[in-house]
Design a protein around this ligand. Structure first.
Ligand code: ZN
Length: 131
């Protein structure tokens, strides 16, 4: 198991995740939504804000891992790496247990906040039924 590694930049993202809320960066200059790790916007602003996102996304791409890239992931095999596009625009990497045989690109996804250990919250996306 690999655990989240918050940095000074992403600590608010992980603090919100622990409260089961998804935060993304937002530029006060042009209102563009940005990835949580970004510290500046393409318009030149550097004082980005945190804002709660909907939690809705669509699956952009995925790949099944059948070999562990690092020993810490051996017990999690097989798992599926996901790239999702949030409704707000930023794309996030996520993962799901299993071989992803029910996934297809474009399917609706919803954020979830599994807690694999005491005090540890992950930000994952899983398929959902959405009209
Ligand atoms: Zn901007």
């Amino acid at each position: 198991m690999i655990l989240p590694q918050p940095t000074a930049t992403t600590q608010p993202f992980w603090d919100a995740a622990a409260r089961h809320r998804l935060l993304l960066r937002r530029c006060p200059g042009c209102a563009r939504w940005l990835h949580p790790q970004l510290t500046f916007c393409g318009c030149g602003h550097t004082a980005l804000e945190w804002q709660e996102a909907s939690g809705d996304a669509v699956l952009v791409s995925y790949a099944v891992a059948r070999r562990a890239p690092v020993p810490a992931l051996q017990a999690d095999l097989p798992f599926t790496l996901l790239l999702v596009r949030t409704r707000e625009g930023p794309q996030l990497v996520s993962a799901l247990p299993g071989d992803g045989h029910t996934l297809h690109c474009g399917m609706p996804m919803r954020v979830s906040f599994p807690e694999p250990a005491e005090g540890i919250t992950r930000v994952y996306f899983a398929p959902c039924a959405r009209a």
